[in-house]
Ligand binder design. Structure first.
Ligand code: NAP
Length: 275
């Protein structure tokens, strides 16, 4: 019997996951179909509940449900539980498990460009689910400091409070305005500012004069590959990284959870580049 894997979110029209996950399933000739499931908020509980049926193997969860979905599951991995953010569901015999693979995806993307966060100063723009994953990854790598700038300061405070519970080595700071951003080795944009089809494609999450020239600027946005932030960062001499590698590596970790196999990374990359 063919089984389905979904990506659940709203809206979903521009998600690249179906493209590279289906290619990875086909690479191993698995009888699996990856489908988009655009779910309205009022239907989330019912939709997630139905994933316990045997014909469903699991799902990815994306904006805006990564935080809401955790309480609808039977088990949540210790990391996802600490973070309060789930992006991967696995149906094991009618029992639904939740995981977070964004942390692994983020760290793998940093490794690929040989950036070691240990002892470094990081600035995080945004305080949503992606920012949480980034911060937990940085804590694991013993970053020296994390400064968070977010449109809604209360959400940055909430994130800071959570992070402090899990690290006594890292210094945390909430930054109220961009002109107060300290100099940094790593800047990570965890907002949708600059993302295509979002109405925010022309927007910069921080003005160029506040970008440290010898830093790595990582924009989690992956469409377009060259965001306004990355263009400006290059102009001031910073190194840059877009969100494509993280997208592939978080997907590879989800693939491993569903299938027990290592994902064919190059095949997944090819699927995106041919799109
Ligand atoms: P989220 O939980 O909804 O958080 C969005 C964050 O962006 C919040 O901090 C929000 O601030 C801020 N924000 C939203 N609109 C804004 C605006 N107009 N001006 C200023 N700040 C704004 O979303 P998420 O899951 O963290 O995702 C954030 C981004 O990361 C998305 O673009 C997503 O595609 C990307 N992402 C990429 C990967 C990857 O693998 N490359 C993985 C995960 C996420 P408030 O708190 O004030 O609302």
């Amino acid at each position: 019997m063919a089984r389905d894997v979904f990506i659940i979110g709203h809206p979903l029209s521009h998600s690249l996951s179906p493209l590279f996950q289906q290619r990875a399933f086909d690479f191993y000739h698995l009888d699996l179909i990856y489908r988009k499931w655009d779910v309205a908020e009022e239907d989330l509980k019912k939709a997630v509940g139905s994933l316990r049926k045997p014909q469903y193997l699991g799902a990815n969860v994306t904006i805006p449900y990564k935080e809401k979905v955790a309480r609808l599951l039977d088990h949540v991995s210790p990391l996802a539980e600490r973070m309060g953010v789930v992006n991967t569901l696995v149906n094991r015999g009618g029992i639904l498990w939740g995981y977070n693979t964004d942390v692994e995806g983020f760290m793998h993307a940093l490794e690929e460009v040989q950036f070691d966060p240990q002892g470094k100063r990081a600035v995080i723009l945004g305080a949503g689910g992606a920012a949480r994953a980034v911060c937990f990854g940085l804590l694991e790598k013993r970053v020296n400091s994390i400064s968070i700038l977010n449109r809604t300061p209360e959400r940055a405070e909430e994130l800071c409070y959570l992070l402090k519970k899990y690290s006594s080595q890292t210094n945390f700071e909430i930054v109220s305005t961009e002109d107060r951003v300290p100099s940094f080795n790593l800047l990570v944009n965890c907002t949708p500012l600059g993302m295509e089809h979002s109405g925010l494609e022309g927007s910069l999450p921080i003005r160029p004069e506040f970008i440290s020239p010898s830093s790595l600027v990582f924009d989690l946005t992956y469409n377009p590959e060259q965001t306004p932030l990355l263009r400006e960062a290059q102009k001031v001499g910073a190194k840059t990284l877009n969100g494509l590698s993280m997208l592939i590596y978080q997907g590879a970790a989800s693939f491993r959870l569903w299938t027990g196999r290592e994902a064919p990374i190059e095949t997944m990359r090819e699927a995106i580049s041919q799109s």
